[in-house]
Design a protein around this ligand. Sequence first.
Ligand SMILES: Cc1cc2nc3c(=O)[nH]c(=O)nc-3n(C[C@H](O)[C@H](O)[C@H](O)COP(=O)(O)OP(=O)(O)OC[C@H]3O[C@@H](n4cnc5c(N)ncnc54)[C@H](O)[C@@H]3O)c2cc1C
Length: 438
Amino acid sequence: MLRNVSLWSDGGFVGLDASSPKASYDIAIIGGGFSGLWSAFHLNKLDPSLKIAIFEAKSLGFGASGRNGGWASSEYPVYTGTLKKRIGDARTEQLFEALNCSIDEIGEFSRNYDDVGFVKSGSLYFARNQAQLRRLKGKVDGANALLSASEVSERLKVSGVVGGVFNPTCATINPFNLVKALATHLQKRGVSIFEGAWANPISGGVLVNSSLVKAPVVIQATEAFGAPGREFIPLYSLMVATEPLSDATWKEIGNAERFTFAENSHMINYAQRTTDNRIAIGGRGATYPFGSKLSESKESTAKVHETIRRLLKSWFPVLQDVNFTDSWGGAVAVTRNWEPYVQWRPHEGFARLGGYAGDGVTMSHLAAKILAHEILDMKNELRKLHFVNQKIRKWEPEPIRYLGVNTLVKLSGIADAEERITGRASLLNRVIEPLILR
Ligand SMILES: Cc1cc2nc3c(=O)[nH]c(=O)nc-3n(C[C@H](O)[C@H](O)[C@H](O)COP(=O)(O)OP(=O)(O)OC[C@H]3O[C@@H](n4cnc5c(N)ncnc54)[C@H](O)[C@@H]3O)c2cc1C
């Protein structure tokens, strides 16, 4: 069975029963990541009599759900400023309330599963130059508190820090253990889960490894693995993990609380202190594959892994000689305007959810909850959120897409270098930002 090779999945095994699918179910779910598992969770909670089956082509958590940075945050793929322009302040606030509620519900669920390591101890974005700090100041609101350099250092001793913003709503998790916990929970509640089950939606059900399984409702929860066309592109996020660090080293770094942390650069990065005292850190920078064709080699782009290792050492010089034990990567799906999608077509019995970019840990819980209410046509204010049942804006055709996306990936790295040198907001970024539609 193909497994993901991330730090998290080491020794991880869900232990599914090996029976064959039945001839029919009420609901067939394609994809055994968070979207598929949470969809089953919410549907089962709303109507325990439903016969639900999940079909996973490889092994549960094989995709991004089993490989990610473990930030269960209220971050939404679209920048808050852009979102407010698109949908207004009130609806933006409603969305963040819904995301915060999902974080708490993930916490509630995880309470019975210690190894998920759920700790709601917030997230810290720090600035290492004045341009980063100015951008952070723009984020300050009721949820994001501005910290001075010394206030950041009391929490996390980052070299060259000039300030930061702390948000208390984010939680840290071990993502693969959350996948396992969900599978365990669902199996106990009678949901059937099949690994090695390649499934395709067809009229009236799904073809599973070429055999017909009937189901009046099919949910596609395959995120970056689905046929992209021009609706979303896969972007690669790569991660590395250090060996477990000694108590003495952690004393020099700080973060006894295990909050998540990141530098506020243009090039996305994210880190967490794991339950076994490593640092797991990720970042972007791998190039976009032509035609959105998934490519495993992108997951192990050596140059990007090395850049991430160097970034971590630049934050914490005490880690100069640390050993890195793991490196891996995975794809996230990004729509043209960075909005996720939750779609239900009752006349076709077909639903799909995804497009979370790098913010799917909490979003998948929320999207699945909305979808469950849509499918069962149950009253819930969340169904009014702006991205529900919206048409997906298409990406440009190739080769424009390939040239455009990869140019922007490169330029955001250059914009960071420009800000490091000048301490002023990157001029280059002024050109990039309107093109990203984020
Ligand atoms: C390295 C990395 C770091 C990240 N860090 C964070 C983070 O810290 N916080 C955050 O919020 N988000 C993060 N993300 C994003 C987040 O992990 C994803 O948005 C989320 O896990 C998506 O869940 P999913 O179930 O929709 O997709 P996936 O987890 O990708 O699951 C899709 C599943 O569908 C299966 N599948 C595909 N085709 C078929 C088929 N035909 N039949 C059956 N099964 C099929 C795949 O094998 C896969 O297991 C990160 C992503 C990556 C790659």
